[in-house]
Design a protein around this ligand. Structure first.
Ligand SMILES: Nc1nc2c(c(=O)[nH]1)N[C@H]1C(S)=C(S)[C@@H](COP(=O)(O)OP(=O)(O)OC[C@H]3O[C@@H](n4cnc5c(=O)[nH]c(N)nc54)[C@H](O)[C@@H]3O)O[C@H]1N2
Ligand SMILES: Nc1nc2c(c(=O)[nH]1)N[C@H]1C(S)=C(S)[C@@H](COP(=O)(O)OP(=O)(O)OC[C@H]3O[C@@H](n4cnc5c(=O)[nH]c(N)nc54)[C@H](O)[C@@H]3O)O[C@H]1N2
Ligand code: SF4
Ligand SMILES: [Mo]
Length: 821
């Protein structure tokens, strides 16, 4: 019997089951899956002509057979109003994952809402409106009317600056070209909202301004580059757990082909351990640097490469800027940009200086430089694929640190070439298509602080939960709740009144400092507790959704089931808000303004796709993407020939760089001078506390656990957020495995359970981020960089025991996460 699933057999997929292309909607990798659906009263048989796999299932199958699926890949869902059986399993023919699943993707089916099997019944089925002291279900028209009336009053009596928007900018679940276009059209075309922020950071900006300003877009290689490179240089990422099948299906083959592996992470991760097993310890270099010191390491590596003459001089001459300074440092550019010589004036750092600041041996830094750039014995250049993510993006001095890393790739000619690339590994898939956002400005408004200062009157929230995932979260939550409660009280006080009277009461409460909150989500989230209107969205595969993955591979993930209850695609919710805004504004006598909200008469998500993405990329249609299947096409799409979309395997293959928009097509180097802890308050906090509170992701969880929180398989393993600790530190604090602990500093308090980890360094703990049972963001200070990029990763605190292990935590395993194969 399958563990905890109460099943000892599952139906065989019948030969005539319907087949749908699915791109996993969780992480950036975008693995290909197939969904099979068939009627409740049917199942396949063992004879080859009776099952989908066309094999004789009465015979023993080989170990890696495709003619198999796990209980987590099965469910019963609604399709066209009828219950159907569903299997979602990895696609062996998808080049991204070659049939591999992951502990997240392989549970897509069991994470679907089902009235029959009882899974994910936390999903919202109807709009909810705050009425008579609680949230009451209502119709779409009723809910959208209230949203539009309050929003229209506030933006006409004040200005559009009084509307604050938190919205996703990504692909995959809660995003995609359809939905980013619709929200973008609403807030950036019909309106010009500038007080908006992205789901994962407190402003509307780029995670990687510097690489773009240098001309280098951040997703520039192909996953296959990792298979043919000489060195994989990974910084601040834990790909085995966070980009799982990119690591397993592309990086591991690279290691097996003889590539060296360099990992820069203060923490020893399972990616380091796994790479040691595949490549041999002698081919893995883990630089466990002091937290936040990456820039110094990169500068020393660059300096060594320049001094040894290992630079790619032809590439530098042909493809990079040859003057001195090209862009001066100013309020929009935290460092100046220009030629290599220009950058070296600020970057020059000796191996010994770096060893001192980074806390690793000079010889190891030299070794890294050699693995990256020392030519082969025959004089040929080494290929190096560089990959980074949140350890430096949410780290110290984002702009300069990422700039310093891209410098190395440019100096060694490792961009636009086979086996090269300097790329974000990514988080969600990408799916950004919006009207111009220039009105937002740079630096953009720090929206969390704007709200905390009592500004703004209406807050529209799309698919994010700042209670669990923002910085300075303790204060944010306190203020947000207080302001939202003022409006709840006003609504309660106006009970029994007409719609006009209720809206008047809300608007007066807003004038007195209240905040009217609209939350668009698939569940009733934590920030949703402050909402006055909750609008139920549906997920990917309950609608058709297009996104691209980390190698810019665009696919259509097909709808195979109905939206749960009355939930709708986000793009159609945005259209509904626009339509109600138009009507309400006209009623208010604001005819010209009302006209701006026209053009949303979409019936389906495909209409939103055609209105946005297709208008800019006329070759790309649903029909052509459907035909392109799970391998899709790599963006940018340059044409349609012989029945196929023509894509781009690798960016910058011709040696011209355009991401900065400069006419000369030359890449720029970044003058990344080291300045210690850049964000306000960090150095002081570090000095005042005993522990660095690193915060990380884990294979088993998806994001803020919005589905995981109602999934027994996950809750059974980690009932509370884990806090990895060195066993000796635990003894010093009087802790046993599974004990509940608090982390305390001046910003707030959070809690979790102690998880002994032999490889954790003394004085460093690693807490899983975004947990519903303990928000790590409570203890992060508000410090950001000049362009409002948060430094989530670096905060310090003290630890206090709350209680002995509870019934839940006492029963779990505390075995090492390092599994030896
Ligand atoms: N399983 C799983 N996968 C996911 C997600 C998930 O929730 N679960 N989320 C997705 C999303 S949205 C994102 S953005 C990505 C994030 O993917 P990653 O960036 O790989 O994930 P994190 O665990 O947040 O951070 C990576 C590492 O940064 C290290 N780090 C901390 N401080 C420093 C530092 O100063 N320098 C360096 N060099 N490293 C440091 C941490 O020790 C950690 O191991 O994952 C995506 N994939
Ligand atoms: N301390 C710390 N904080 C961090 C980070 C960190 O490393 N450390 N990382 C940051 C990063 S990289 C990220 S990405 C953020 C994540 O922060 P969030 O964006 O807040 O977290 P998610 O879990 O992605 O939130 C998804 C929300 O959307 C809902 N949802 C899911 N699908 C849909 C849909 O189709 N439509 C709609 N409307 N809603 C949907 C879910 O129920 C959930 O409430 O956290 C950031 N915060
Ligand atoms: S690696 Fe990412 S995209 Fe692939 S199955 Fe896992 S969560 Fe989904
Ligand atoms: Mo992310």
């Amino acid at each position: 019997m399958a563990y905890k699933r109460q099943v000892d057999r599952l139906p065989i997929i019948p030969a005539d089951a319907k087949e749908h292309n699915v791109t996993c909607h969780y992480c950036i990798v975008g693995c290909g899956y197939k969904a099979y659906t068939w009627p409740m009263n049917k199942q396949g048989g063992t004879a080859p002509n009776q099952n989908k796999f066309g094999v004789d299932l009465s015979e023993q199958q080989f170990q890696d057979t495709e003619a198999w699926y796990a209980p987590s890949m099965y469910n019963i869902v609604k399709q066209d109003g009828k219950d159907v059986q569903l299997v979602v399993k990895p696609d062996a023919n998808c080049v991204v994952n070659s049939g591999l699943g992951s502990i997240r993707g392989a549970r897509m089916a069991e994470n679907r809402p089902s009235d029959v099997s009882g899974t994910q019944l936390q999903r919202l089925s109807d709009p909810l409106v705050w009425r008579n002291g609680t949230w009451q279900p209502t119709s779409w028209d009723d809910a959208l009317d209230l949203v539009a009336r309050v929003t229209a009053r506030v933006v006409t009596e004040g200005s559009e600056d009084d509307l604050v928007v938190s919205m996703f900018d990504h692909g995959g679940s809660a995003g995609g070209y359809e939905n980013t276009w619709a929200t973008g059209k609403l807030y950036f075309e019909s309106m010009k909202v500038k007080n908006c922020r992205i789901h994962n950071r407190p402003a509307y900006n780029s995670e990687v301004h510097s690489t773009r300003d240098m001309g280098v877009g951040e997703l520039n290689n192909s996953y296959s580059d990792y298979e043919i490179t000489d060195t994989i240089f990974m910084i601040g990422a834990n790909s085995m757990e966070t980009q799982t099948n990119l690591y397993l299906n592309h990086m591991v083959p690279g290691l097996q082909n003889g590539a060296k592996f360099i990992m820069v992470d203060p923490r020893r991760t399972v990616t380091v351990h796994s790479s040691e097993q595949w490549a041999g310890k002698e081919n893995v270099l883990h630089l466990a640097i002091n937290e936040g010191s990456d820039m110094v390491l990169f500068n020393a590596i660059l300096t060594h490469i320049v001094d040894q003459g290992w630079t790619d001089d032809d590439f530098i001459a042909a493809s990079t800027f040859q003057g001195s300074e090209a862009v001066a440092q100013d309020s929009a550019h935290p460092a100046s940009l220009g030629s290599l010589d220009h950058a070296m004036q600020d970057c020059r750092t000796s191996l010994d200086e770096a060893a001192e600041i980074c806390g690793v041996a000079a010889a190891d830094i030299q070794k890294a430089a050699e693995w990256i750039a020392k030519p082969h014995d025959d004089g040929s250049r080494r290929k190096c694929a560089t990959a980074y993510e949140k350890g430096i993006i949410w780290g110290n001095d984002n702009y300069r640190t990422i700039g310093a890393l891209v410098n190395i790739a440019l100096a060694t000619g490792n961009v636009g070439r086979e086996g090269g690339g300097v790329c974000r590994l990514g988080g969600h898939q990408e799916g950004y298509y919006r009207p111009a956002d220039g009105h937002v400005g740079r630096p953009a408004e720090y929206v969390d602080q704007f709200l905390i200062r009592g500004l703004g009157g209406v807050h529209h929230i799309w698919a994010c939960d700042h209670h669990k995932t923002t910085l300075n979260a303790a204060e944010f939550k306190r203020v947000h709740k207080r302001r939202a409660d003022m409006v709840k009280d006003a609504i309660d006080g106006a009970a029994g009144g007409t719609r006009e009277q209720v809206v008047d009461a809300i608007v007066s409460a807003i004038s007195a400092g209240g905040l009217f909150v609209v939350d668009v989500d698939i569940i009733h989230s934590q920030i949703g507790q402050n909402a006055h209107v909750i609008l139920p969205a549906c997920e990917s595969n309950e609608m058709n959704l297009t996104s691209m993955n980390g190698e810019r591979r665009l696919r259509l993930s097909e709808r195979y089931m109905d939206p749960y209850g009355n939930s709708r695609p986000d793009c159609l919710i945005a259209a509904g808000i626009a339509q109600h805004m138009e009507r309400v504004l006209r009623e208010m006598g604001e005819g010209a303004y009302a006209d701006q909200f026209q053009g949303y008469d979409w019936q389906t998500e495909e209409d939103a796709f055609m209105d946005g993405y297709n208008a800019g990329n006329p070759e790309v249609t649903y029909e052509r993407l459907r035909a392109a299947g799970n391998n899709g096409v790599q963006e940018p799409v340059s044409g349609y020939e012989n029945g196929t979309l023509v894509g781009t395997e690798r960016l910058y293959a011709d040696g011209t760089f355009d991401r900065h928009g400069r006419d000369d097509g030359k890449a720029l180097f970044c003058a990344a001078g080291w300045r210690g802890w850049q964000a306000p308050g960090k150095a002081r906090e570090k000095a005042a506390h005993k522990y660095w509170i690193n915060n990380v992701r884990a294979n088993i969880f998806w994001q803020n656990q919005f589905l995981d929180q109602k999934n027994q398989f996950i809750q059974d393993r980690f009932p509370y957020p884990f806090i990895e600790m060195n066993p000796e530190d635990m003894v010093e604090e009087g802790l046993n495995p599974g004990d509940l602990i608090e982390i305390i500093n001046d910003n707030g308090v959070t809690q979790g359970m102690a998880y002994p980890t032999a490889t954790a360094r003394r004085g460093q703990v690693a807490m899983v981020f975004g947990s519903p049972a303990g928000s790590q963001g409570n203890v992060i200070n508000p410090g950001v960089n000049e362009l409002v990029l948060p430094n989530y990763k670096h905060c310090w605190g003290d630890i206090r025991k709350i209680s002995n292990a509870t019934h839940e935590t006492a029963g779990i395993t505390f075995k090492s996460k390092e599994v030896t194969l």
